[in-house]
Design a binder for this molecule. Structure first.
Ligand code: ADP
Ligand code: MG
Length: 310
């Protein structure tokens, strides 16, 4: 099997992020005497993400989402294949990528402000500039007034905002987020999703966002990459052509949203032919009598697109 080191250091690509043939194998041992067994967590993942895109990875627990994100972050090394950012191979973590992991991971001994300033300190940004920058991002995530507080004085949603502000503050071009909203209540989660979209629209960053919530994936993403487990493979990439800016009730309540959500759900459950059959049934239930006639002739790809002539 080829190793990551065998890959060229630079590659000619238009993509902001290029994931090329990533396979990740863990060696499992029940005890010290047993011979290690191979477990393929990811198998031949190929993906291109364009600059400024919001790409969501969705899949059930254990399908390799975190493994892939760790590889993108440079925190884990793939068994084969490589990740390129701006055509340059990723060999470790760097400040071009901001990381927001599940469970906040804030420094408990630092205030909100000093958590947000952490990356800036590493970048050796002078103190006065650090204060101005942290002020800006603390405001952006709606935490003005809490800059002096410590993590234990904050709610789960507030902690997650600090983690986002910290990742944004040192201005990485890429944001990698691993189920960042999984631990907060439903209402806070929707607020954070709205805020993240607002920040993304304001900053033009490239985001790779991991979730196991189909609803969250469809609401946020330009595209949703559907992963299936054992071994983790990329099943399909679904375009989310819902108009932007997206609003909670308008977007989530639309028929198109329902169709796309259903399509992804089917992709996670069933074989491609089952997906087509089920969507055929669904589109006929939802369509006007005139449209039903035409819909019979449309391929699945058109049915899930809100721009399809229904
Ligand atoms: P997800 O984030 O989609 O839930 P993970 O990337 O965490 O999935 O894990 C993918 C698979 O790899 C799971 O079956 C998990 O048990 C296994 N796995 C993850 N990390 C390790 C590890 N360090 N050693 C062995 N197996 C692991
Ligand atoms: Mg995970």
């Amino acid at each position: 099997m080829a190793r990551a080191e065998d890959s060229p250091v630079r590659i000619d690509t238009e993509a902001k992020i290029l994931v090329k043939g990533i396979t990740s194998v863990y060696h499992l041992k029940k005890n010290r005497t047993e011979q290690a067994r191979e477990f393929i967590a990811l198998k031949d993942i190929n993906l291109e993400v364009r600059k400024g895109e919001f790409l969501v990875l969705v899949g059930p627990s254990g399908c390799g989402k975190s493994t892939l994100l760790d590889i993108l972050a440079g925190l884990a090394v793939p068994t084969s294949g490589a990740v390129y950012i701006d055509g340059k191979i990723v060999t470790g973590p760097a400040l071009d990528r901001g990381i927001v992991l599940q469970g906040y991971a804030l420094f408990p001994w630092r205030t909100v402000r000093r958590n947000v300033e952490f990356g800036l300190e590493i970048k050796k940004v002078p103190k006065r500039d650090r204060t101005a920058i942290s002020d800006h991002f603390i405001n952006l995530v709606g935490l003005d007034g809490s800059a002096h507080r410590y993590p234990h004085e904050l709610s789960g949603g507030m902690k997650q905002r600090v983690a986002i502000a910290r990742a944004l503050a040192y201005d990485p071009e890429v944001l990698l987020m691993d189920e960042p909203f999984a631990a907060v209540d439903a209402q806070t989660r929707e607020n954070l999703q709205d805020e993240l979209l607002r920040i993304w629209e304001a900053t033009g960053k490239t985001i790779i966002f991991v979730t196991h919530s189909i609803e969250e994936a469809v609401f946020l993403g330009d595209r949703v990459a559907v992963l299936t487990p054992n071994p983790g493979t990329l099943r399909e990439i679904v375009n989310i052509d819902l108009p932007r800016p997206r609003h909670n009730s308008d977007t989530r309540g639309s028929a198109e949203f329902g169709w796309i959500r259903r399509k992804i759900w089917e992709l996670l459950q069933n074989s491609p032919s089952d997906v087509k059959r089920s969507l055929d049934k669904l589109k006929l239930q939802n369509a006007s009598p005139d449209a039903k006639h035409h819909l019979n002739l449309l391929p699945v790809a058109d049915i899930i697109s809100p721009t399809a002539s229904l």
